[in-house]
Design a protein around this ligand. Structure first.
Ligand code: GRF
Length: 219
């Protein structure tokens, strides 16, 4: 059984979607554990309600980033994880960690990458007057929010949209659909990172997959 770790810092709505998809068999894998870098992350309660092991690794307990990354690696090794899913995990991981988990580490980012890497994506969409916004699942590499995209979905920004409304739309219209699908593909061995490109079922992708590519169970 493919073993998945989910890393969180906050509410854990993406985590919840993964829990449900694993529970009903849409993800052919098991969530082996959840790690939060914040003790007050509401997502931790979702893990315990689902009977999933969790660890709290408060980043402020570690003097150097590399020490935090080592503790995280040790926790993931203890669970023998195959795939690590960053689901609203708000800590930058060091290069050594990223290289160690290369090709097994994926992230969901709330923008249409390569637009708006980093923080405050919804505010920046409004400041820029962007017509479109959305979310991207990508492989994690040493470049922040810069690894090869896997699947991306978007929508038209409406004149009345505030940053909070955009955050809700990104979560409900895009993230909760594309992230479980991406993890399901990982669990099935459909995805690979090779030469900084995403390979899907044995061929390099010309661009990210889209919501049109969702399997019926994820629509
Ligand atoms: C998501 O929008 C994610 O893309 C961003 O933080 C949010 C996490 O929400 N980085 P949740 O913890 O999954 O509820």
């Amino acid at each position: 059984m493919h073993r998945i770790a989910v890393l969180i810092s906050g509410q854990g709505r993406n985590l919840q979607a993964l829990i449900e998809a694993a529970r009903d068999g849409r993800i052919a894998g098991e969530i082996a554990g959840v790690v939060s870098n914040r003790a007050d992350a509401a997502g931790l309660a979702r893990a315990s309600a689902a009977g999933i092991a969790s660890r709290i690794l408060p980043h402020e307990d570690y003097a150097r980033r590399a020490d935090f990354d080592d503790a995280l690696s040790a926790a993931l090794d203890a669970w023998s994880v195959d795939t690590v899913a960053l689901a609203g995990f708000m800590r930058v991981l060091g290069d050594d960690f990223v290289r160690r988990f290369r090709g097994r580490l994926i992230n969901i980012h709330p923008s249409l990458l390569p637009r708006h890497p980093g923080l405050r994506t919804h505010e920046r969409v409004l400041e820029n007057g962007d017509h479109k916004h959305g979310a991207t699942v990508h492989f994690v590499t040493e470049q922040l929010d810069g690894g090869a995209a896997i699947i991306q979905g978007g929508f038209m920004v409406r004149p009345q949209d505030t940053a909070d409304m955009l955050a809700d739309r990104v979560m409900n219209e895009i993230e909760l659909r594309i992230f479980p699908q991406a993890v399901a593909w990982m669990a099935r061995g459909d995805l690979r990172l090779q030469d900084d490109r995403t390979w899907f079922r044995g061929a390099p992708l010309p661009g990210p997959l889209s919501p049109d590519d969702l399997e019926p169970a994820f629509k």
